[in-house]
Unconditional design. Sequence first.
Length: 216
Amino acid sequence: MKTSENDDLDFLHVYLISDFHHHQEEPITEQVEKALQGGVRAIQLREKDLSPKELYAQALEIKPIIEKYDAKLFINDRADIAEIAGADGVQLTETSVPAGEIKDKFPNLIVGVSTHAKEGALLAEAEGADFITFSPIYETPSKIHFGPPQGPEKLGQIVKSVHLPVLALGGIKLNRVPEVLEQGAHGVAVISGIWDSKDIKQKAYEYMHHFGGATS
């Protein structure tokens, strides 16, 4: 399952991060399925207000739908829950257990690391991460505590400093996708750009269109 070849990580072109607690008017399973119908093939379950037991239950709830579309499920920070829930990967933060330790203990998991500076990106690569996110690129409420936007040029510097796929995160609205791709980003990590849309399926399709459509 694990791979370090960029071509085999094409499912990460649009990495959709969950925000279900802000969108409770529609069942979670329906939201997820609409995104998958639009072509998204990687979803990170990131619900920090849930207890470990609730997070596990939610992972089990959406996993069958994700499998139906041959997509990948990632769990934020909790490699143990990812393992027992049968998820495909885990997304670590810069304050999480080092990627190398996770790789040793859970060799079947794809490991992503959230980074906000060159030092963190280089460390994630040295630890054996499979990919990184870099943020914030643009202004966005979800990343305001990580400081001011770093801009696409800084993203380009990060891309050149590592040999890992780099996903641009933070305010990646649809019209900004070409700009980050020009800087060498492998893909984009998205939250509000898709979930806040009145038509999740259509918006997901529009994001995927920048990468040639759905990944098989």
